[in-house]
Design a protein around this ligand. Structure first.
Ligand code: NAD
Length: 475
């Protein structure tokens, strides 16, 4: 049985019996597994009013009380993780083990925010005249609107909800319509933990209509979006026109720099596993592989072999290593990138096509003999296609790595401390991983630069987007 879907406004689960809304499809089978009720303008206004009404009381709730509630959610997350994870596999497609890690890791995110919100400090500035007292305080910004994506439907939403609510803000969250179970589960978790009505509201529907309605609503003071660069730019323009603060976590096209002195076999095996996590539908997935010429043949062989050996299947089956893509759009996008590469003289080393039969499967694919202007070298694949090309010098590879407008994650493999230091300094990226993958834990700030977005989630910076600074002076 798949989860009963609903929207959640002012402490009530609504719309569960509605015949309207959108179909939810299992990407491993292509079969409809549920119907998602959508909201209209009236329900959105209800959600905004509920969040606005709840804000004064919630901002006055002590950080300790907010912290206790978040800890209660964390405990419930651990208890309910198997069921939540199973539903994520059903509507998003990732292997069950990956879904379980996604959900369980969020208990820590909740606890991190529960701890950090007790340390939202201000400061005292020494005055120029005696008798003057000068204070800087940080206050919750108000009602927020967030838009979370389908690729990590639980984790991406939890980061936004935990940060907003721990900071003392109230929130209206639009989750991903195609993979909604995780966000419905979040509404249930916060409801059952005892959060007051209106503090968290969940809506579904036409993304463009909802985002326009929420961003232009005077009560909404801040937006947070995770998704593609084009949609992020549209929302940022609208938010800018209405002077709304924003956090944008957008796409990337993460360069991987493998130097000849690296442990090539280890790098190839690690990168193949990491590349195929969630079938490559990860904003920080390694996506452009530059390998120093002396190590290029060996890396290409080892990497292609590891990619080819990956077992595809339904995420609910125990030995599946890679599930289907989340929707048919991604399958078509992969096919178009491969076709473009081959049309320009590129070579398919392994994979290259969709898998026959039911579901939205695409074979793990390695491409090479590509010029830098092939689409796959320019556009984020968001799927299991990996281009591998050689390079000669450090300066050259840095120039090529930084040539795109993205700046999210990056990866370097080298045994040289000097190379690692120079390249880490030279890469235009929000996150640089050297010889391992270290992003994701709650205490680490996560975010990009350039077209990949603005602001960070997690880490000590996690509340920056949800607080405003107020100066108070008195004599
Ligand atoms: P898309 O650009 O249509 O949508 C991306 C996300 O934005 C979806 O969750 C969608 O519901 C939402 N969205 C779309 N229009 C919106 C609007 N006007 N207002 C608010 N939300 C809106 O692409 P897609 O086919 O769903 O996903 C593929 C692309 O999205 C990928 O190429 C990837 O770059 C990007 N993506 C990025 C992340 C990330 O973690 N940064 C996550 C999911 C998708």
């Amino acid at each position: 049985m798949y989860r009963k879907l609903a929207f959640y406004i002012d402490g009530e689960f609504l719309g569960g019996d509605a015949g309207s809304g959108g179909e939810v499809v299992n990407p491993a089978t292509g079969q409809v597994i549920g119907r998602l009720p959508h909201v209209g303008a009236a329900e959105l206004d209800r959600a905004i009013a509920a969040a606005e009404r709840a804000f004064p009381g919630w901002r006055r709730t002590s950080p300790l009380a907010r912290s206790d509630l978040l800890r209660r959610v964390a405990a419930l997350v651990r208890e309910r993780a198997p069921r939540v994870a199973r539903d994520i596999t059903l509507d998003e497609g990732k292997p069950l083990a990956e879904a379980l890690v996604e959900v369980e890791s969020c208990a820590e995110h909740l606890e991190w925010h529960a701890e950090e919100c007790r340390r939202i400090y201000g400061r005292v500035i020494p005055p120029r005249q005696s008798g003057v007292r000068q204070l800087v305080v940080r206050e919750p910004i108000g009602v927020c609107a967030a838009f979370s994506p389908w690729n990590f439907p639980f984790a991406q939403a939890i980061r936004k909800v935990a940060a907003a609510l721990a900071a003392g803000c109230t929130l209206i969250l639009k989750g991903p319509e195609e993979s909604p179970s995780a966000v419905v589960a979040i509404a249930e978790l916060f409801h059952d933990a005892g959060f007051p009505p209106g503090v968290l509201n969940i809506v579904w529907g036409d993304p463009a209509a909802i985002s326009r309605h929420l961003i232009t609503a005077p009560a909404v003071r801040k937006i947070s979006f995770t998704g593609s660069v084009p949609v992020g730019k549209q929302l940022a323009a609208l938010a800018g026109a209405h002077m709304k603060r924003m956090t944008m976590e957008l796409g990337g096209h993460s360069p991987v720099l493998v130097f000849a002195d690296a442990d090539i076999d280890r790098a190839a095996a690690m990168l193949a596993r990491f590349k195929l996590r969630n079938a490559g539908q990860v904003c920080v997935s390694p996506t452009r592989f530059y390998v120093q010429r002396a190590a290029y043949p060996r890396f290409l062989d080892a990497f292609a072999q590891a990619m080819a050996e990956t077992r595809l299947g339904d995420g609910l089956e125990e030995n599946t290593q890679m599930g289907p893509l989340a929707n048919p759009r991604r399958v078509a996008a992969m096919a178009a990138l491969v076709e473009d590469a081959v049309g320009r003289g590129g070579r398919i080393v392994t994979g290259g096509g969709r898998r026959d039969g039911q579901g939205f499967f695409f074979a793990p694919t390695v491409l090479t003999d590509l010029a830098d202007d092939a689409r796959i070298m320019q556009e984020e694949p968001f799927g299991p296609v990996a281009p591998v090309v050689p390079f000669d010098t450090e300066d050259e590879v840095l120039r090529r790595a930084n040539a795109l407008p993205f700046g999210l994650a990056s990866y370097v493999f080298t045994e040289s401390l000097k190379t690692a230091t120079r390249v880490a300094d030279g890469l235009e990226a929000g996150m640089v991983n050297i010889n391992h993958f270290g992003m994701g834990p709650a205490e680490i700030p996560f975010g990009g630069i350039k077209d990949s977005g603005m602001g960070t989630e997690g880490g000590a910076e996690t509340f920056d987007g949800y607080l405003v600074t107020k100066f108070i002076t008195q004599v």
